[in-house]
Design a protein around this ligand. Sequence first.
Ligand SMILES: NC(=O)C1=CN([C@@H]2O[C@H](COP(=O)(O)OP(=O)(O)OC[C@H]3O[C@@H](n4cnc5c(N)ncnc54)[C@H](O)[C@@H]3O)[C@@H](O)[C@H]2O)C=CC1
Ligand SMILES: Nc1nc(O)c(N)c(N[C@@H]2O[C@H](COP(=O)(O)O)[C@@H](O)[C@H]2O)n1
Length: 266
Amino acid sequence: MTNVNKYLKAKEFWSRISYIHNTDNSLPEIPKITLTFAQSIDGKISGKNSSQILLSGQDSMILTHHLRSVHDGIMVGVGTVINDNPKLNVRLFEPGTEKNIQNPQPIVLDSKLRIPENCALITLPKTNKLSKYPWIVCGHAADTSKIKEEPILEELGATVIKMEKPECCLSTGRPLIKHVLNELKKRGMDNIMVEGGSNVIQEFIRKHIEERIVNVLVVTIAPVIVGGDGLGATDSLSLKGGLNCLKLKNVDYERFGDDIVMASEL
Ligand SMILES: NC(=O)C1=CN([C@@H]2O[C@H](COP(=O)(O)OP(=O)(O)OC[C@H]3O[C@@H](n4cnc5c(N)ncnc54)[C@H](O)[C@@H]3O)[C@@H](O)[C@H]2O)C=CC1
Ligand SMILES: Nc1nc(O)c(N)c(N[C@@H]2O[C@H](COP(=O)(O)O)[C@@H](O)[C@H]2O)n1
């Protein structure tokens, strides 16, 4: 398949599955959510000691970058930033379309402002004008954090969104997802792609069971075996409320190179 056809296929797949995304089953006060990650055939999203691994092949990576380009925001937890130092921008696009490419707004869930000042999300926009400075969402426990100060991050270009009200955070200071999403909607985010990592994926699934906050789940399954040392997307997720397992609905599959991409309602 030529590269042009790979981009076309990614676009067509998103058009096909976004019928799920666009069904009006979402809560109007929060952005529409696409929950997405790549996993090995044995359900791991990273390797031993949480080491980052390249699971997606080129074709499914093109899809991931297309998804980034069609969302207002892209969200990860600070664990992913510390571990992977991701860029979270759109680097794979059809040649000739660069003028139309919009990078999503990077959003980092970071209860205690642990984000490294020299991470790519903060340094990249200095040299790459198309990249956006990150929004960093912290809780009230950030006050007592010994590490990062809000003014330093803001001087560097980041926007710190502090969830100060006690009802917006757990007693540990971790911001509650629903309140965070409501705040992001007020700041203009109509749809957000949530890229992980494990704790954030689990939090979205937990919350979804209560309030249906996820519109579409997109999982790339790569023909790779990581083994028992790897980190699973849902290793610490215990399904409460008598659920033995969560059965996905409206399931669709497509092959991208050697990978299978599954899209469904959660
Ligand atoms: N294969 C894939 O698609 C991906 C794999 N990963 C992998 O995931 C691992 C990182 O995952 P984790 O360590 O679990 O970190 P994480 O990225 O899920 O971040 C967790 C942190 O987010 C913060 N946070 C703030 N509010 C939160 C909330 N409401 N819910 C949950 N977290 C909140 C907390 O400080 C928490 O420690 C890395 O190994 C990385 O390589 C990450 C993204 C995608
Ligand atoms: N789609 C996908 N496939 C993989 O194999 C992956 N390891 C990931 N990981 C996610 O992508 C982030 C890296 O993004 P940049 O390439 O730096 O823009 C990483 O942090 C994970 O969120 N995704």
